[in-house]
Design a protein around this ligand. Structure first.
Ligand code: AMP
Length: 218
């Protein structure tokens, strides 16, 4: 099954994508994570992308489509993919339809996670992750049980994304509303769109996502 989680930064796409990976064996395909890995590895592509990402702008469609195309050619995506942070423009959406069709596949559902803009700013500015295992936390809503120690792996090192500042978040929201929000109408037109409330607790959002998956499978 191929799903898109569509929503602004901080809507909880990554959190839900990881849960779906565990529950269903789908692969999370996060273009943001792939770009950050390229930045950390210091590749030429990563270095070019870094300045754009730090500003909160979008990396060019050509670069993004090429990395997704390469990722979809790996064998571990056979059970399905949860697209997280992709597509972000109409050109990317069109390219995805073509990449799936070329592999004899299709999109099964697009789940739009709706969240209020001000709540997003609060969520993003407070979030951080364990530097060792990647467990996500929030300085207000989801602190580690023992201050400074990861609940999952015991590490004492945490990281914050450089683009998670209030200014960049507001810029990223503007970019989302201008360039990515038009995809809602595109997928509605395809009959693939399912809208869920992203303001609820993580577990409630997961239940809504699962309900969509069951409906699509039926
Ligand atoms: P994310 O982790 O999805 O919030 O992405 C972080 C940053 O990576 C974005 O602000 C963009 O600069 C870049 N990026 C990630 N995915 C895409 C995409 N599909 N198209 C263009 N830029 C992207």
């Amino acid at each position: 099954m191929n799903l898109i989680l569509l929503g602004p930064p901080g809507a909880g796409k990554g959190t839900q994508a990881k849960i779906l990976e565990e529950q269903h064996g789908f692969k999370q395909l996060s273009t943001g994570d792939m770009l950050r890995a390229a930045v950390t590895a210091g590749t030429a592509q990563g270095l070019r992308a870094k300045t754009i990402m730090d500003r909160g702008d979008l990396v060019s469609d050509d670069v993004i489509i090429a990395i997704v195309d390469e990722r979809l050619s790996k064998p571990d995506v056979s059970k399905g993919v949860v697209f997280d942070g992709f597509p972000r423009t109409p050109a990317q959406a069109d390219a995805l339809d073509k990449m799936l069709a070329a592999r004899g596949q299709k999109l099964d559902a697009v789940i739009e996670i709706k969240v209020d803009d001000e709540a997003l700013v609060k969520r993003i500015v407070g979030r951080f992750t364990c530097a060792k295992c990647g467990q996500g936390y929030h300085s207000e809503f989801a602190k580690p049980k023992k201050t400074g120690i990861c609940d999952v792996c015991g590490s004492t090192e945490f990281t914050r994304r450089v683009d998670d500042t209030e200014k960049t978040v507001r810029d990223r929201l503007q970019v989302y509303n201008k360039q990515t929000a038009p995809l809602v109408a595109y997928y509605h037109g395809q009959g693939n769109l399912h809208v869920i409330d992203g303001m609820a607790d993580i577990a409630d959002v997961t239940r809504e996502v699962e309900a969509v998956i069951s409906r699509v499978k039926a």
